[in-house]
Design a protein around this ligand. Structure first.
Ligand code: KG4
Ligand code: ZN
Length: 363
């Protein structure tokens, strides 16, 4: 029996400042605290996340958020076995705040620091609340990412397919912006969609007729832009939201069916996980549930709190890495921050799907 590990996790890569304390014992995770502070109000006037505002807001409240997580857990720093923080990908100013805070605590306490890939946090998030052993198929749908990955084990990810342009969350946010629905866009679009007619507008299902697992959402957003013109009242907007959400559901469900064919772990139970902020969407969860059932697989979706950004998933990734001896150089203290950090690095380097320039491939 390995000894229990108690880890502090810190998340600051986008617009949530979060800290959590988690205990990993016998492969089971127990959350001792889970603090999430959103910056929605700071960014709302700009209808999107402003990197400089995010970095300043993280810097202002990171220390207090960590203290609150420690107080809620009722433990002292001396009782920690390690500190984990998101080292990327994300908005670099914010990432640096969490990374430096984590390193400072680890160094002062004389314990390892574990740099965590934010996407690995999302990939492992189903293991916080459910029994979800490796391997599983993962659909990661967030503000910056949309991809199918085979999760074979800790740190062992294989990309099966990805968006070639916008992420799904990005599409939700842009559609919300077009209609002046406020920020963040996803929940606002979902709320209005519930009152609309999904058949009101015939919107495209990009790349659905092409084989493979590649996805595209920028054309769908442009199609929405064309019908938004003239949609002044709530009812018209609700119809657009419902039609848009239905198109997204159709694409994700069909691509999931194909991904489930491509993913054959040879295990009795095929697990299909949906994670990331967009996994909070109930219509999408339902569509994926149907697709999973048709394919003889079981859908696992984290509770809403652990779909969107949180530190519990970062603490879990850190704990699993520490337990496996995967900490990194200099007890983790040599880790730098990375604005781009694909989970399947080999595929992203040899066959980048999207993202380029000096920052490198996103997937
Ligand atoms: O994982 P997340 O919290 O942050 C990133 O790592 O990107 O995901 C945020 C994204 C945003 O684009 C937001 O609009 C979207 O998730 N989102 C939703 C819903 N809740 C959040 N999209 C659709 N429906 C929702 N209910
Ligand atoms: Zn995220």
């Amino acid at each position: 029996m390995t000894k229990p590990l108690t880890i502090l996790g810190i998340e600051t890569s986008c617009d949530e400042t979060a800290a959590a304390v988690l205990r990993l014992e016998g492969g089971r995770a127990t959350l001792l605290s889970d603090v999430i502070r959103t910056q929605v109000e700071e960014h709302a006037p700009y209808r999107g996340v402003v990197p400089e505002i995010a970095a300043r807001a993280h810097a202002e409240i990171a220390d207090h958020t960590v203290s609150k997580a420690m107080a809620d857990a009722g433990i002292s720093y001396a009782e920690l076995d390690g500190v984990a923080a998101t080292a990327g990908p994300g908005l670099i100013g914010g990432v640096l705040v969490g990374l430096m805070t984590g390193k400072a605590i680890a160094q002062a306490a004389g314990i390892p620091f574990i740099p965590v890939n934010h996407l690995e946090g999302h990939a492992l998030s189903p293991r916080l609340d459910s029994d979800c052993p490796f391997p599983y198929l993962l659909l990661l749908v967030s503000g910056g990412h949309c991809q199918f990955l085979e999760v074979r084990g800790l740190g062992d990810y294989r990309r099966l397919g990805s968006t070639i342009d916008d992420a799904v969350g990005e599409a939700f946010d842009k559609v919300a912006k077009l209609m002046g629905l406020g920020f963040p866009g996803g929940p606002a679009v979902e709320r209005l969609a519930a009152q609309g007619n999904a058949k009101a507008h015939e919107l495209p299902r990009p790349l659905l007729n092409r084989p493979g697992l590649e996805m595209s959402f920028s054309g769908l957003k442009s199609a929405v832009a064309r019908v938004v013109d003239g949609a002044a009242d709530e009812a018209a907007k609700a119809d657009i939201c419902a039609s848009f959400q239905a198109a997204i559901c159709d694409v994700l469900a069909e691509k999931s069916r194909r991904a489930l064919v491509a993913f054959d772990p040879g295990a009795e139970v095929r697990r299909f996980v949906v994670a990331g902020g967009v996994a909070a969407n109930k219509a999408i969860r339902t569509a994926l549930e149907v697709a999973a059932a048709e394919s003889g697989a079981r859908l696992i979706a984290p509770p809403l709190r652990h779909c969107t950004d949180n530190a519990a998933m970062i603490a879990l990734a850190g704990a699993e890495r520490l337990a496996a001896g995967l900490v990194g150089e200099g007890d983790g203290l040599d880790a730098g921050s990375r604005p781009r950090w694909p989970l399947d690095e080999a595929s992203a380097l040899s066959a980048p799907v999207y993202g380029g320039g000096h920052k490198g491939a996103k997937a």
